[in-house]
Design a protein around this ligand. Structure first.
Ligand code: NAP
Length: 243
């Protein structure tokens, strides 16, 4: 019997940390991202641009053709891939970029979760969805309208789907997690935005200069521990910094 985790963006940043941590703990790890990387030799990597819905569906069907409900004792989907989007006031963000960021951050997790629930219907194993959200879901940062609204959407999806699945025998458990401030390319992008476009930029420079960023490894270990100890209860929205 195997434990399997499907993770979006398992090739870098927090996702890479999660891929390594779950692998270390005996999970078969499947990653979905646009780029493959060599050092993830122990991880099955699927190339997919999550802004393209047909491609998401095809990728999920490919992945599920390689899974067997009779030999799976636990199946986890981690919606981790994300995009900060163009950092600017909403009226200064081109339509095409608004569309792209919302597709990657919100539409893709909705589609992935929908397919995950549908394709595992009737499976008797433990089923869990972990959505990587952000404190930006509840803190309105000027110039982050796309990022904040997509993360708020993720949290609401978590609440709705948790209620839907609660009624179902062996339904999928779903949670949202805020990973805190983590040393990744996304953080670098935030602190490198010119002040004229992002008035909170100094806060992000300070996180970095004061050594307040966690490493992807630290966050991944914390998330794994919370899952392993059964603390990720259905419908919960949790900030790792409070745990
Ligand atoms: N870093 C932080 O401080 C922080 C704080 C709160 C929340 N978060 C959340 O944590 C998650 C991971 O962020 P991170 O900081 O690790 O970011 P990151 O280092 O920029 O990594 C982003 C990941 O998403 C994937 N990705 C982006 N666009 C994609 C697309 N169109 N299709 C497929 N995959 C795509 C990337 O892979 P490819 O480029 O190969 O596609 C990469 O693996 C995000 O949801 C983010 O919102 C981060």
């Amino acid at each position: 019997m195997e434990k399997v985790v499907i993770i979006t963006g398992g090739n870098k940043g927090i996702g890479y940390g999660l891929a390594k941590e779950f692998h270390k703990n005996g999970y078969r790890v499947i990653s979905i991202s646009r780029n493959k990387i060599e050092k993830l030799y122990s991880v099955e990597q699927y190339q997919c641009d999550l802004s393209i819905s047909d491609s998401i569906e095809k990728t999920m069907l490919d992945i599920f053709s390689q899974l067997d409900e009779n030999t799976t004792k636990k199946l986890v989907l981690i919606n981790n891939a994300g995009d900060l989007g163009i950092v600017n006031t909403l009226e200064n963000i081109p339509t095409i970029n608004i569309d792209y960021t919302i597709k990657v951050n919100l539409t893709a997790p909705l589609i992935l979760n929908s397919l995950f629930i549908k394709l595992t219907k009737g499976w008797e194993c433990k089923k869990k969805i972990i959505n990587i959200s952000s404190g930006a879901a509840i803190n309105p940062y000027e110039s982050w309208s796309l990022y904040c609204s997509s993360k708020a959407g993720i949290d609401m999806m978590t609440k709705v789907v948790a209620k839907e699945q609660k009624k179902i025998k062996n339904g999928v458990k779903i949670v949202s997690i805020y990973p805190g401030v983590v040393d990744t390319d996304m953080q670098a992008k935030a602190r490198n935005t010119p002040k004229e476009r992002f008035n909170s930029v100094q806060r992000f420079i300070d996180f970095y200069e004061n050594g307040e960023l966690s490493t992807p490894k630290q966050v991944a270990e914390k998330i794994y521990e919370l899952e392993d100890k059964g603390k990720l209860k259905n419908g919960i929205i949790l900030d790792v910094r409070n745990e």
